[in-house]
Ligand binder design. Sequence first.
Ligand SMILES: O=P(O)(O)OC[C@H]1O[C@H](O)[C@H](O)[C@@H](O)[C@@H]1O
Length: 554
Amino acid sequence: MSEMTTEGRTRLNRLPEWAALGKHREQLAGTHLRDLFAADPERGTRHTLRVGDLLLDHSKHLVTDETLELLRDLAAATDVAGLRDAMFRGEKINTTEDRAVLHTALRAPRDAVIEVDGENVVPAVHAVLDKMAAFADKVRSGEWTGHTGKPIKNVVNIGIGGSDLGPAMAYEVLRAYTRRDLTVRFVSNVDGADLHEAVRDLDPAETLFVVASKTFTTIETVTNATSARTWLLTGLKAGQEAVAKHFVALSTNAERVEEFGIDTANMFEFWDWVGGRYSYDSAIGLSLMIAIGPDRFREMLDGFHLVDEHFRTAPPEENAPLLLGLLGVWYGGFFDAQSHAVLPYSHYLSKFTAYLQQLDMESNGKSVDRQGEPVDWQTGPVVWGTPGTNGQHAYYQLIHQGTKLIPADFIGFARPVEDLTPGLVPQHDLLMANFFAQTQALAFGKTPDEVRAEGVPEELVPHKTFAGNHPTTTLLADALTPSVLGQLVALYEHKVFVQGAIWNIDSFDQWGVELGKVLAKRIEPVLTGDGAAEGLDSSTAGLVSAYRALRGRE
Ligand SMILES: O=P(O)(O)OC[C@H]1O[C@H](O)[C@H](O)[C@@H](O)[C@@H]1O
């Protein structure tokens, strides 16, 4: 492997800054978080950043001031800031698709100027937001009626991947702000059970389908939308003319939307410079906007923008997305960490980690660099996690006492959601006591001597010892508001960006999802009996044959 990439950039692990980190890692071996805290009584406060409404404590990481300096040196050597500025300027940094990466334009203020191919995209962004707001208001007020004249009571979003996970997650997160008399559901799976369960108790006359697909070619979404149309027209005993009042589309592909039979007047547009997993603050957020109202949606966009500006302008020492990205590079590169847990202490964030899985793993799950050469360093981690207290009674055992290093983000809120939802049981302090206790236990553990001092029999001492030294980030905010959600998502978006920049991979393409799609298209006719099984490997051929036999088709 040569020292240089084809574009003359020194390969990451040949950089002197990388070597310096490797050496530093060796020097740190054997240093425990207990030592770092003992040596510096101010550590907890010194290693805390504030970004908008978020307080970010990174003191419980396996780093010293020197580590952070060396990591920032690496960011400088890999020109993270240069790529960041190119992204914000609208340059085509998604090179394999020759596209700009401008989700930041989706939350830019009206008077901002951001150009793609010489054209300012901000007016178009706001025109769509205004159109969405007008439509959402009409649905919310009952002014928009279905084919039979009834107002809309149910919204069913049909989409998958980025056209599902973002709005579905945000709808859960912001449930306290939603209208209880409006049912909002999300259908993504091509398993017909998903659509069936979503609509079985709904009245078609009161149901609006929001078909969300950037490309409008995604087989799962087109299939579900076609079935939904059949369900609607059968239920209403109506013809194609009923579609206009019950179907809207969110897409970049007007031609396909029209082909499907949705009036392009009912289409909300976005653009190829918005990646699917970066799109829920675009038209893709329409179902969410209907649920929470345009004002709350705009508050969320302001939260995104606040962190965009922070990322763009904060100096490296205070730059939160930079810091989070660097910590991930540190653990992946020098501790061989394979995964990263995100553990929210809020029931409303139950889908947050699932959303982050696409954001992070589809962006940074790459093994060739931007020049197409294989990387020989770790790239994106496996991202996983569920709401914290549930995890405590399930998989935290492995985080505390297993053999793997799992850096984790703990996300919690000071103000209980019961402030917003009167009548909710007041249990917040207990929830948050767990939140604080877990990062403390993970960092400091329990020594054998501490265990012995409790009178534990000697043979049980190793079992009851907690090694500690497990790194965590704590993110604490006042309350789970729309703005805070926007801030959190932007924080993670830019963290992912930083890591992709350092690893020198294209974080904005997703070629790895293509092969399965192509093969599924080839296999489907074999399952139904219209295609020949020739050319299938013996395992797949055997499985397909077993399937056909079980379906009575052999
Ligand atoms: O919005 P769509 O064009 O329907 O795409 C939906 C999803 O499917 C694709 O396969 C990609 O992997 C995702 O990045 C995308 O979000």
